[in-house]
Design a protein around this ligand. Structure first.
Ligand code: ATP
Length: 272
C-alpha cells in the first residue's frame, strides 16, 4: 500500500519571535490541514496576533513556517500573497480611498508591475463586494464607514486576494451579532465551496468554538492546549489561563462559554 502524503496548508515548527528585545512567541508548533478552520485563543498579550503576523510574513522569527508545503522564506512576496491573505486587527485606512479601490488592492498579486487591473480583477472585486453586501458602499470613502462596515471591507479585500489560506485576526470584533454570524457563515461557505483554510483569532469563545474544527490556546507565547473545541474550552483551562469564572455548556455546534459572577457577589437591589 503506498503512503499518501497530505501537505499541510500551514506548518509552523519551533517558532520564536522577539519584539522590542523580549520573547513574544517561544517554541510554537502549529499545523493546519487544507480546508481546516483553526482558531487561536488566549488572553490579551498571549501572542495570537504575533503568530498570525509571523505566518503572514509581517514579522520575522526563528524556526520554520511552511505554506502549502513550501518554506515561506523561499517564497517571493507575490507568490506568498497568492497563497495567504491576512486581515490584521487594525488595518491602515488610506485617506481619501474609495471602498472599491481599497478592495482592488487585494488583486495586487495578480496585476503585473506597471500594469493595470484586468476585467477579471474588476469582476472579482464586484463579486466579493456583492457577497459581503457592500455594493452600495463601493464609491464611498473608506474612512467614512462605520467600524463594522469597515471590518467587512477589510475582509472583502482579503477575499478578493483569492488566496487559499485566510488569516483572520479578530475578524468580527466590531460587528453586531447579526453581521458576525453573516460574515462567519460566509467564510465557512467559502471554505466549503473553494477549499479555503482558515486560521483565526477570536475573543468570543462560544462563537470561536462553533466554527472551529480545532482550537489552540496560547498563553505567554506558548501553546498551552490544542485540540477539538471540547478539549480546549473547559472550565479548568479557562480558569487557569484567563483567570475567568465560566460555565461551559453543550451547544448544538460546540461548547458555549457563559461568564458567571462569583458566588456571594452582592446584587444591588433597585432603588424603590
Ligand atoms: N512591536 C512590538 N514591540 C514590543 N512588544 C510588542 C510589539 N508588538 C507586540 N508586542 C507585545 O507582544 C505581546 C503579544 O502581543 P499580541 O498582539 O501578539 O497579543 P495578542 O494575544 O494578539 O493580544 P490581544 O488579545 O490583546 O490582541 C504583547 O505583550 C505586546 O505588548
Amino acid at each position: 500500500m503506498s503512503a499518501v502524503s497530505v501537505v499541510s496548508a500551514v506548518e509552523v515548527r519551533d517558532l520564536r519571535v522577539e519584539l522590542g528585545g523580549a520573547p513574544i512567541l517561544d517554541g510554537v508548533d502549529l499545523t493546519v490541514a487544507p480546508g481546516e478552520w483553526v482558531t487561536v485563543i488566549g488572553p490579551n498579550g498571549a501572542g495570537k496576533s504575533t503568530l498570525l503576523r509571523a505566518i503572514g510574513g509581517l514579522v520575522t522569527g526563528i524556526g520554520s513556517i511552511c505554506l502549502l508545503g513550501t518554506p515561506a522564506a523561499k517564497l517571493r512576496r507575490r507568490d506568498r500573497a497568492r497563497m495567504v491573505a491576512t486581515v490584521t486587527q487594525s488595518p491602515v485606512v488610506p485617506p481619501g480611498m474609495a471602498v472599491v479601490d481599497y478592495v482592488l488592492l487585494g488583486r495586487t498579486p495578480y496585476i503585473p508591475p506597471l500594469g493595470r487591473e484586468s476585467d477579471a480583477d474588476l469582476a472579482a472585486v464586484r463579486e466579493v463586494l456583492d457577497r459581503l453586501d457592500l455594493s452600495g458602499f463601493a464609491d464611498r470613502e473608506l474612512a467614512t464607514l462605520s467600524g463594522g462596515e469597515r471590518q467587512r471591507v477589510f475582509l472583502a479585500r482579503a477575499l478578493a486576494q483569492g488566496a487559499t489560506v485566510l488569516l483572520l485576526d479578530e475578524p468580527t470584533s466590531a460587528l453586531d451579532i447579526g453581521h458576525q454570524q453573516e460574515v462567519l457563515e460566509l467564510v465557512d461557505q467559502l471554505r466549503h465551496d473553494h477549499g479555503l483554510t482558515v486560521l483565526a483569532t477570536m475573543h468570543d469563545l462560544s462563537i470561536a468554538g462553533e466554527y472551529a474544527d480545532r482550537m489552540v490556546l496560547l498563553a505567554d507565547g506558548r501553546v498551552a492546549a490544542a485540540g477539538h473545541p471540547r478539549e480546549v474550552l473547559t472550565e479548568q483551562l479557562l480558569a487557569r489561563y484567563y483567570r475567568a469564572r465560566v460555565r461551559v455548556v453543550d451547544g448544538e455546534h460546540g461548547p458555549l462559554v457563559v461568564p458567571v459572577r462569583a458566588a456571594g457577589t452582592r446584587v444591588r437591589s433597585a432603588p424603590s
